[in-house]
Design a protein around this ligand. Structure first.
Ligand code: BES
Ligand code: MN
Ligand code: ZN
Length: 497
């Protein structure tokens, strides 16, 4: 898709489809109103005839309008003017784009960003539009027999209508950022949707290396198992022992700021298939464990977005990548391994492997002298039980960092909800035989997982995002969502500002 601004009077505008808003009840937004005047009240009459009130998500496609320049008008319900919040705006956009996609229009012009959504600027409104349109157009076809070219989406250009005296700068910022974030989300979704037999640790590493070739400010390197051995990453390596695929630790270093500026470090769990290991998972829905690398994919997607935008920050991405399978050489319940930090871990359940690969990446993060470290992981089923699938779970050792992430989540609607990691919970991780156990029993499973990680994050500001419920959808529209790319990128945009 191509995005640009468009300055034209309605009298002169020609397009396949003009998208305009209507509030409840049948109150036309400014551009719709001007258009309606131009057409002698046609739009108001049609809304009335078809009983379309303008509720958020209502749509009315007018296929034939006078004048000959505008082929279609898409009227989009926005709900009550005073109730137009982020959720309603997003619902309206999604509904509009669904109709637009199927309308046959190749080019469209939208005026929807003219309406007020709280205090949000034009850049934000444009970004939301691009993210939602790209999400709606996304199809994972890489593994299907027919190629994507067999079904080219007709829609290829969306323009944002500007009044002649309107400042184009925020709209252009929105276009730039929106596209970068959408591209990052698409990359994360593609990686997530690829099956475990294709998207192996080595494949993830190759994709990251390819990214490093595309951007001058991005340097990508990969630590092999021999490197990890030298570093003493016994926890990470123990998980990989049960797999024939060698583990990788992918290191992406983006230098958008001066050489010595301390970086933000993002760590993403890159477990390319999680069968549970010897503590084998049940068969039902086990295919979904190919998504257990969505934290890593999110980090790679966020770094791509940051590089595409050229953000003036230093950002490091770390993606420990491995499979978790049962094997004669795999971790066994009761095994004790020594992490890079020197902390010994009793593996009471081999299915709690995410924290084992993350803890060594956390220790490795220290060498970058980070401003803050954020790890992202499909870490616990318990997080879905606790919070459902709307917010990601947030835990961390620094209130300011957690608040910044919460705010970034509200801005992007890639929301988070914080859970406590009080010392009281640490007791659940006591082991009779090692420094710490890798599970803390059935109570507060997401919290005890984060408590485990916190022991390796003592030397910096750290936050943990449990994305088990948000990184993919199950059921009929099973697939990766691209979250938390918007959240991570917004957090970094805010730091650069
Ligand atoms: N990758 C899973 C977490 C998960 C489960 C994500 C379901 C999404 C949906 C993780 O490695 C895991 O298996 N966690 C265990 C931890 C338990 C053994 C303490 C879990 O959640 O059951
Ligand atoms: Mn597991
Ligand atoms: Zn896992």
């Amino acid at each position: 898709m191509e995005y640009s601004t468009r300055t034209d009077t309605l009298e002169r505008l020609s397009t396949d489809c003009l998208i305009v808003g209507v509030f409840q009840k049948r109150k036309l937004a400014p551009t719709a109103e001007a258009l309606d005047a131009l057409f002698d009240g046609l739009l108001a009459r049609l809304l009335k005839r078809d009983d379309v009130e303008g509720k958020a998500g209502d749509t009315l496609l007018v296929n034939h309008v006078p004048g000959g320049r505008i082929d279609r008008v898409l009227l989009v319900g926005l709900g009550k003017r005073e109730e137009l919040n982020v959720a309603a705006y997003r619902k309206s956009l999604a509904a509009a784009f669904k109709v637009l996609k199927e309308s046959g229009a190749k080019h469209a012009v939208s005026a929807l960003h003219e309406v007020e959504v709280g205090q949000r600027g034009a850049d934000w409104k444009i970004r939301q539009a691009i993210e939602l349109l790209e999400s709606g157009l996304y199809r994972f076809r890489e593994m299907k027999g027919e190629s994507a070219e067999d079904h080219p989406p007709r829609l290829s250009r969306l323009q944002f209508l500007l009044a002649s005296d309107q400042d184009a700068a925020p709209v252009e910022t929105g276009i730039r950022e929106g596209q970068a974030i959408a591209h990052g989300m698409t990359l994360a979704r593609n990686l997530g949707n690829l099956p475990g037999n294709v998207c192996t640790p080595a494949y993830l590493a190759e994709q990251a290396l390819k990214l490093g070739k595309e951007y001058k400010k991005l340097k990508v390197s990969v630590l092999e198992e021999s490197d990890m051995e030298e570093l003493g990453m016994g926890a990470l390596l123990s998980v990989a022992r049960g797999s024939r695929q060698p583990a990788k630790l992918i290191v992406l270093e983006y230098r958008g700021a001066g050489g010595k500026a301390r970086p933000y470090v993002l760590i993403g769990k890159g477990l390319t298939f999680d069968a549970g290991g010897i503590s084998l998972k049940p068969a039902a829905n086990m295919d979904e464990m190919k998504y257990d690398m969505c934290g890593g994919a999110g980090v790679i997607g966020a770094i791509q977005a940051v590089a595409e935008m050229g953000l003036p920050l230093n950002v490091v991405g770390l993606v420990p990548a491995s499979e978790n399978l049962p094997d004669g050489n795999a971790n066994k319940p009761g095994d004790i391994v020594r992490s890079m930090a020197g902390i010994t871990v009793e593996i009471l359940n081999t299915d709690a492997e995410g924290r084992l690969i993350l803890c060594d990446a956390l220790t490795y993060a220290k060498r970058f002298d980070p401003v803050a470290v954020i790890d992202v992981a499909t870490l616990t089923g318990a997080c879905i039980v606790a919070l459902g699938r709307h917010p990601s779970g947030l835990m961390g050792n620094d209130d300011a960092l957690c608040e910044q992430l919460t705010r970034a989540g509200e801005t992007t609607w890639d929301r988070v909800w914080r859970m406590p990691i009080w010392d009281d919970y640490q007791e659940q991780l006591k082991s009779n035989f090692a420094d710490v156990a890798n599970i803390g029993g059935p109570d507060g499973g997401s919290i005890t997982a984060a408590c485990f990680l916190s022991r390796f994050a003592k030397d910096f500001k750290w936050a943990h995002l449990d994305i088990a419920g948000t990184a993919w959808k199950t059921g009929a529209d099973k697939g990766a969502t691209g979250r938390p790319v918007p959240l991570l990128v917004q957090y970094l945009i805010d730091r650069a500002a």
